[in-house]
Design a protein around this ligand. Structure first.
Ligand code: PXG
Length: 481
């Protein structure tokens, strides 16, 4: 963990970090804990250890206020797809700010970057998408989905068709509606969630529920839970099903190949709208513009955020498929929903430049055909480490499971007792050795920037292995092994 040692101010020398020079690390940490309530954080605990202060990014690396370089295996928070330090994006943002820093899209007005971006998104999205609704974040995108699918069914005269089915351990955001759609019990416990009209089914996590089955058999079984729930709620009451193609925050849960086609079949059978939450999987993360394409599904709506601007400026939204758009437009009247920053010209200018970079550098093809398969090969080879029960990757997301003892199969492996907090122990070693890798329970996960090269994949995997060795030694020393 980070120390509270007073850092010599001179260590922070980078030109891009000039604004930090007036403070040393301890001063920033003190101001931070005095005034800044961080998201998803135990405030008291953070104040006692002091936050790590990030001051600069370049490519796949970050630098903290102690001058230490860190390999960012998480692309910020699943978003910096084109890597840090892209002057082209900052130039586009600067130019747009000078031209028109803001105007709204209400009251029959529009702006050029928003229109251009809508057109560009339609070009890169699957054929059924010809319209976009902009928001400021992924959470707002999912709030929009709820309002939009309910409005769709209302306009068609099905006023009872309001229930949305989601999954346990899904993440769909942190607004009241986003957190309700999500299946995180820790979030539901706070603030009286979920809101009414949202149901959850099990997740397609093979290791959790697939014992005695092949992954393909389990995929079909997990999809059948959707049909069970539809029949329980009543098919005439179900509006939509929502899912992330690969669950991200839930721990990189890659579904068996049979899962999504069966979900599609069930949605089609009951006429239920399919919403793909592409906030993480979109913009090349799985080697396709959208994760839905990787799994061969045809969603009616797709939530996006994060990678649309590579996180340089907040932006989110919903791609609206023809089935829904036609009804909203033709039967419409006012759709009473929207945000001050829907179609923000500066955010849209950032997205346009970001997408231009992804296209010019062919990052989607690169991940699908070149670096994605290489990452899979190298990352999955970590399964030979004594602490790793299994390791899997899909495009540029990957996860491994830490186990106390391996068995003949992963289902026979022995897990660490929960009080060891093995993921956090491992994360601590990653952190101290300049590698950002997330811990979700016993799963260690990565989602690196799409610009990562083969040589950098080698560097990252070697660093992960080194940190796993340190974790192993540490656990032995603590008597946990
Ligand atoms: N959907 C998905 C699939 C997400 O991953 C959101 C919606 C919400 O987006 P906004 O922009 O409102 O945050 C997300 C966000 C984590 C973590 O712990 C993941 C997210 C956010 C915060 C933490 O991995 N994803």
């Amino acid at each position: 963990m980070n120390t509270n040692i007073l850092a010599p101010t001179a260590i922070v020398t980078s030109a891009a970090a000039q604004q930090q020079v007036k403070y040393n690390t301890k001063e920033i940490q003190e101001m931070d804990s005095a005034h800044y309530l961080h998201p998803f954080t135990d405030f008291k605990d953070l104040a006692s250890r002091g936050a790590r202060v990030m001051v600069k990014g370049e490519g796949i690396y970050l630098w903290d206020s102690e001058g230490k370089r860190v390999l960012d295996g998480m692309s910020g928070l699943w978003c910096v797809n084109v890597g840090y330090g892209r002057k082209r994006i900052s130039d586009a943002v600067y130019a747009q700010m000078q031209q028109l820093p803001f105007y709204n899209s209400f009251f029959n007005t529009t702006n050029i970057p928003a229109v251009e971006l809508a057109k560009t998104l339609v070009e890169i999205a699957p054929a059924q998408f010809n319209h976009v609704f902009f928001t400021g974040s992924g959470s707002e995108g999912n709030d929009t989905n709820i309002r939009m699918v309910r409005r769709y069914w209302d306009l068609l005269g099905y006023k009872d068709r309001h229930v949305i089915i989601s999954r346990h351990n899904a993440y769909h955001g942190s607004t009241m509606a986003g957190a309700s759609l999500g299946g995180m019990s820790g979030m539901h416990e706070q603030g009286g969630l979920p809101i009414p009209g949202i149901e959850h089914i099990g997740q397609p996590y093979y290791l959790e529920g697939g014992k005695g089955m092949t992954p393909e058999e389990f995929g079909l079984k997990a999809a059948s839970w959707l049909e069970d729930k539809i029949l329980e709620v009543g098919p005439d009451k179900v509006a939509a099903f929502i899912g992330e193609p690969v669950q991200g925050a839930g721990g990189v849960i890659i579904p068996p190949s049979t899962y999504w086609p069966e979900i599609q079949r069930i949605c089609d059978k009951y006429g239920i709208l399919l919403i793909a939450d592409e906030v993480i999987c979109g913009f090349g993360r799985l080697g396709y513009w959208f994760g839905s394409e990787r799994f061969g599904i045809r969603p009616d709506l797709m939530t996006f955020a994060k990678g649309v601007t590579s996180g340089y400026i907040p932006l989110g939204g919903v791609m609206v498929g023809d089935r829904v758009a036609k009804v909203l437009i033709e039967k419409g009247g006012d759709f009473n929903h929207g945000f001050t920053y829907s179609g923000h010209p500066v955010a849209c200018a950032a997205a346009l430049e970001n997408i231009r970079i992804i296209r010019e550098e062919k990052l989607v093809d690169q991940v699908r055909e070149e670096t994605g398969p290489y990452l899979k090969q190298q990352f999955e080879a970590l399964a030979d480490h004594p602490l790793v029960g299994m390791a899997e990757a899909c495009g540029f997301v990957a996860g491994l499971v830490l186990v106390k003892e391996k068995g003949a199969t992963i289902f026979d492996a022995v897990s660490f007792p929960e009080d060891v907090g093995v993921g956090m122990v491992c994360r601590g070693h990653m952190f101290n050795n300049g590698m950002i890798m997330r811990a979700v329970g016993d799963r260690m996960i990565i989602a690196p920037p799409l610009v990562m090269t083969r040589a950098q994949i080698d560097e990252m995997v070697a660093l992960i292995r080194f940190c796993l060795d340190q974790t192993l030694a540490d656990l032995k020393q603590r008597g946990c092994l």
